[in-house]
Ligand binder design. Structure first.
Ligand SMILES: [Zn+2]
Length: 162
């Protein structure tokens, strides 16, 4: 018997959980922008918040951007108008093109990749236990293994963010 993780959360549950870790009355870093909304969960050494769900770790400000403004376009990253890394206030975020951490961002952005119905059907056809692995398909469709797993087990196509 394989180990089964907890049931994937719905988009609404994830969003509620996300905002429950945000302090909406943080410091004012730039006058005119109003208070920053610092992430109160774990953060990386640079001060960016990390939000963990479904086996993935995403940057909190990126997640905030995605759930309020839609997915970031390829090569774009969520930047801070307030220059305050823990801040996740949507009005303080904009999509920019700084090359720094680009690869890392892109990798993390993969969890937001949407699979079309056609791709879902194709994955289900291609998947052959012990021959074509979940990992192999994940690389092929540029999504996470858990997304493929959800597709082939018919549990959920993906975490429906964005
Ligand atoms: Zn801010």
């Amino acid at each position: 018997m394989g180990k089964r993780g907890p049931k994937p959360a719905t988009k609404e549950e994830l969003i509620v959980r996300f905002w429950s870790k945000v302090n909406k009355n943080g410091p004012i870093m730039k006058p005119g922008l109003g208070p920053c909304w610092p992430w109160t969960g774990s953060s990386n050494p640079k001060g960016y918040g990390g939000f963990r769900y479904g086996g993935c770790l995403v940057m909190a400000h990126r997640f905030a951007f995605t759930i309020t403004k839609g997915p970031l376009r390829k090569g774009k990253r969520a930047c801070h108008k307030c220059d305050y890394p823990p801040c996740v206030r949507p009005g303080h975020l904009f999509s920019g093109t700084q090359a720094e951490n680009l690869k890392d961002c892109r990798k993390k952005g993969r969890i937001f990749t949407k699979l079309s119905d056609a791709q879902v059907r194709r994955i289900r056809t291609l998947y052959v236990p012990r021959k074509v692995s979940v990992r192999n398909l994940a690389a092929r469709f540029n999504v996470t293994s858990s997304q493929i797993w959800h597709v082939v087990t018919g549990r959920q196509r993906m975490v429906p963010v964005g």
